[in-house]
Design a protein around this ligand. Structure first.
Ligand code: HEC
Length: 139
């Protein structure tokens, strides 16, 4: 009986740990809708992980990738290319900041208030969960 109770407790604890993780994953996946008009996620072997448009860089492996580094995308702004050359890497923090206001982020990075990028979209809430989701796709 005691053994049984222990199994039940372990199972319940396991579930409690699992549910929030899956909730965050689902929240991140849900937000992908905001990006897929322009972006897709395609692995180097051609496997499509998230369908989407081709008017923006492939976000496969974006976690830890230098800015402006999708070799298949040829329409990066001057500002994004400069940021990449200056060492900008997509960490969770940078990603969240960029999505809040892309031009403000690039301006802060370049030090020039007139800096403009090519992404006409933003995301206030949930960008961190979205980053985690994209990172999980690229593992
Ligand atoms: C209207 C089209 C559009 C939408 C919607 C859009 N993006 Fe973008 N995104 C772009 C373009 C174009 C660029 C290239 C920006 C530049 O060169 O300045 C870009 C660049 C990026 C980059 C930098 C990529 C790199 O290779 O350095 C990230 C990260 C990014 N977008 C994330 C997102 C996420 C996450 C969403 C959804 C919340 C999103 N974008 C929605 C068009 C879009």
């Amino acid at each position: 009986m005691r053994q049984m109770a222990r199994i039940v407790v372990t199972a319940v604890l396991g579930l409690l740990l699992l549910v929030p993780a899956q909730g965050a994953q689902a929240a991140g996946q849900e937000l992908w809708r905001e990006c897929r008009v322009c972006h897709m996620v395609t692995a180097p072997d051609g496997t499509v992980l998230e369908r989407g448009g081709r008017s923006a860089p492939n976000l496969y492996g974006i976690a830890g990738r230098p800015a402006g580094a999708d070799p298949g995308f040829r329409r990066y702004s001057e500002a994004m290319q400069a940021a990449g050359r200056d060492g900008l890497v997509w960490t969770r923090e940078n990603f969240v900041d960029y999505l809040r206001n892309t031009d403000a982020f690039l301006s802060r990075f370049s030090g020039d208030p007139d800096t403009r990028g090519h992404m006409n979209a933003s995301l206030g809430e949930g960008a961190g969960a979205l980053f985690d989701y994209l990172e999980s796709l690229s593992r």
